[in-house]
Ligand binder design. Structure first.
Ligand code: DGL
Length: 271
């Protein structure tokens, strides 16, 4: 086993969305130590400029590196589209970076050749055009229909789902003409698995709704296996850092990780 194997996996997002990825990682890799960073002081990322998201991401990577993370998972599509290339350059010799976009693109290219695929995500992710470009490069004759759905992440972050208002907002977005005729829908925001049952209900269970969390966890396991970096402790530690304490983050973390949640505030700057 590589001597770095017992070091933690770093995972970050603007808020609670990345917990869907962190949870899938825990399910697939239960022996791994993990440090999660939720940049709750700066959410939503989806409305921020590319430069702002890059600055936050670099700072978070510094914090995770200082804590010895053996790999960093950008559990956020907005940050993956705005800052992945930059982060990869930045940490090049210190650690490996996994984003949430490439594993999903590979999955779609493998399973949905020749089809019309919908995508919903933040403005940052949709405007970046990164999914469209990567899917096009895969040459599988897939037609991507993307729609920015900017109200969804803040709504979910506020704990506002599974109620009449969230159902109406979701229905309003999903009935957009841009998404007509699609055969599957990519959830290109890590907050959206929290409303997957409402999305399924909207489509009467007849749409393939693609959630990246398990797909990303598998990509992480492949990397750790290849590099001989899998950990084997029985009682792994999981630490949750937030740049601003919010009750909704604490509640969501408890929902996914129950009493394992050790939550600390860690400012992005002046720390
Ligand atoms: N969970 C994020 C994403 O995947 C960010 C949502 C936001 O902060 O706007 O894009």
């Amino acid at each position: 086993m590589n001597s770095r194997a017992s070091q933690p996996i770093g995972v970050f997002d603007s808020g609670i969305g990345g917990l869907t990825v962190a949870h899938a990682i825990r399910e697939l890799l239960p022996n791994e130590n993990m440090i999660y960073f939720g940049d709750t002081a700066h959410l939503p990322y989806g409305d921020k400029s590319e430069a702002a998201i890059q600055a936050y991401s670099i700072r978070i990577a510094d914090i995770l590196l200082k804590k010895g993370c053996k790999v960093i998972v950008i559990a956020c599509n907005s940050a993956s589209s705005a800052a992945y290339e930059l982060l990869r350059e930045y940490v090049r010799k210190d650690t490996h970076i996994i984003n949430v976009i490439d594993p999903m693109v590979d999955y779609v290219l493998e399973h949905f050749a020749g089809q019309d695929i919908g995508l919903i995500g933040t403005k940052r992710t949709v405007q970046s055009g990164v999914y469209a470009r990567k899917i096009e490069e895969g040459n599988k004759n897939i037609r991507l229909h993307s729609l920015a759905t900017p109200l969804l992440a803040p709504m979910i972050e506020e704990g506002f789902f599974n109620n009449q208002i969230s159902q109406e907002i979701i229905a309003q977005y999903l009935s957009d003409a841009k998404l007509s005729g699609i055969e599957a829908l990519i959830l290109a925001c890590t907050h959206y698995p929290l409303i997957i049952s409402e999305i399924d209900t909207y489509y009467h269970g007849e749409m393939s709704v693609l959630d990246s969390s398990a797909i990303v966890a598998r990509a992480l396991r492949e990397y750790l296996t290849r590099e001989n970096l899998l950990n084997d402790v029985r009682r792994p530690e999981r630490l949750f850092l937030v740049s601003d304490y919010t009750e909704s983050f604490a509640a969501a973390a408890r929902m996914f990780f129950h009493d394992e949640v050790q939550l600390e505030r860690h400012a992005l700057w002046n720390s």
